[in-house]
Design a binder for this molecule. Structure first.
Ligand code: ATP
Length: 454
């Protein structure tokens, strides 16, 4: 027994009872209406899967207009219900009109039982797939909302930040590729999200990918997807990030961390506006707005043969440089205040304020970790604070030279060099193993060594 609800509408009582008996053999719920006017007040019409609707009701009238009228009424109230028109032989033109207006099919009277049951079955399949699409769309919209939700406030009033935001507003509505550069923690991802929020794609997804964290052997599958069985762990077909971002924005963070081989694959997808899943040879078209970010100097990397020039020109139609926090001092206290309020609220410590000398300390500090470091500093200070006033001692700032293992003062750079050397020694000079131990990608390690050796 199929768990479907069918409604039959006909002004001929014998037609109604004949269809009721026939359909009840296969379908759980069959209801009948003698007078079509009852359609308007029929309860829960959206729950009806199929309506079998006569085309002519008033005796002697067979223009079919009544049937078309009621078809429209049903479709208005329940667009996904399948409507099968019942029409007399010779009125096929009318049935075609009904199909154009949204009927799923028609049956000729007198009907052939077997054929009618087949028509009802197909109409039910159609209804089910329409319902599935409807449910999926609803889920998709909910997901998009969850993914895009949480307005990210970009705080700051410096000239430098304002001109970045003006540029963002100018290019957001276009579909050009944007490259965002700047030191770690300056807010590149925030800017990328703002570009999406102000774009015509704002109701579609924003998909971010950290290129530095993708293992070389998974790069293609992560970005372009794979087909079932294309490698050992490919248990089913899977779309990659490009396909997932279709019609939305794709944010490729740490683009400077890609090997030349990965760069070539990425370039080809960007150029062709299509991807080929691993294990397939069929290109899938993708419509994305590409936003890339890096803290590397890509021009220098091109000169050093580490980054493809053609890829650079593809991704940097518009280049946005986010200045480090030390070059926009006016933003420091504004941001500090914003984070103070945010964390005071989060940790239930309202009424906190930063005293004058602590403000001076924050202003003097060079913030090598930029806004992210300021955010963490504020969070820590709020958590550890006892009174209602934050003093200089509440802020632990590390930019001063630190001590090496043997007691000598070291800069951050020297410490980094020492850690890299140690990791390389411990891993017999193996770059991949040393990078893994340090928690960075092989490419980042390579870039750091290259920079230090220059
Ligand atoms: N102007 C700003 N206003 C408010 N919050 C900011 C601002 N800039 C950065 N942030 C916050 O600082 C943190 C770091 O920002 P984000 O991740 O965008 O930086 P990033 O440049 O992409 O960093 P990375 O280079 O390390 O990927 C985030 O929590 C972000 O919300």
């Amino acid at each position: 027994m199929v768990d479907a609800k069918i409604l039959v509408v006909d002004d001929n009582k014998s037609v109604l009872s004949a269809l009721e008996i026939l359909l009840q053999f296969e379908y759980k719920s069959v209801q009948t209406i003698f007078n079509p006017n009852q359609i308007s007040s029929f309860p829960d019409l959206q729950d009806i899967d199929i309506v079998l609707l006569d085309m002519n009701f008033s005796a002697g009238v067979n223009t079919g207009n009544e049937g078309l009228y009621w078809l429209n009424e049903i479709k208005k109230r329940s667009p996904n219900t399948s409507v099968i028109m019942m029409t007399a032989y010779g009125a096929v033109d009318l049935a075609v009109r009904a199909l154009k207006q949204g009927a799923s099919d028609f049956v000729l009277k007198p009907w052939n039982n077997e054929r009618l049951m087949t028509t009802v079955k197909s109409a039910y399949e159609l209804r089910k797939s329409k319902q599935e699409i409807h449910d999926l769309k609803k889920k998709e919209n909910n997901l998009k909302q969850v993914i895009n939700e949480g307005r990210n406030y970009i705080i700051g009033q410096s000239k430098a930040l304002t001109s970045v935001l003006n540029l963002v507003a100018k290019v957001a509505k276009t579909d050009v590729n944007v490259l965002i550069t700047g030191e770690n923690g300056t807010g590149k991802e925030l800017i990328a999200r703002e570009l999406h929020r102000l774009s015509n794609r704002k109701n579609e997804v924003f998909i971010g990918v950290d290129m530095g964290s993708i293992a070389e052997n998974l790069f293609e599958s992560e970005l372009f997807g794979h087909t079932k069985g294309s490698f050992t762990d490919a248990k089913e077909d899977r779309a990659g990030k490009f396909e997932a971002a279709h019609q939305g924005s794709l944010f490729l963070d740490e683009i400077g961390n890609l090997s030349l081989q990965m760069q070539a694959k990425l370039l080809s997808s960007i150029q062709n506006k299509s991807v080929v899943r691993v294990g397939s040879n069929k290109p899938v078209n993708v419509d994305i707005r590409l936003i890339c970010a890096t803290n590397c100097n890509l021009e220098q990397m091109v000169a050093d043969g580490l980054f493809r020039e053609d890829l650079l020109y593809r991704i940097n139609t518009i280049h946005i440089e986010v200045p480090p926090l030390r070059e926009r001092n006016e933003d420091i206290l504004v941001l500090a205040d914003f984070f103070l309020k945010k964390f005071a609220h989060k940790y239930d410590k309202s009424g906190l304020r930063i005293n004058q000398s602590a403000q001076e300390k924050l202003m003097e500090y060079p913030w090598p970790g930029n806004v992210r470091e300021l955010q963490h500093t504020m969070e820590r200070a709020v958590i550890l604070s006892d009174g209602s006033v934050l003093k200089p001692s509440d802020f632990l700032l590390h930019a001063k030279p630190m001590q090496s293992m043997d007691g000598e003062l070291m800069t951050l750079n020297e410490m980094e060099q020492q850690m890299i050397n140690r990791a390389l020694e411990q891993n017999d000079g193996n770059y991949s193993a040393a990078a893994e131990q340090l928690g960075i990608s092989r490419q980042t390690l390579y870039n750091k060594l290259k920079k230090k050796n220059n």
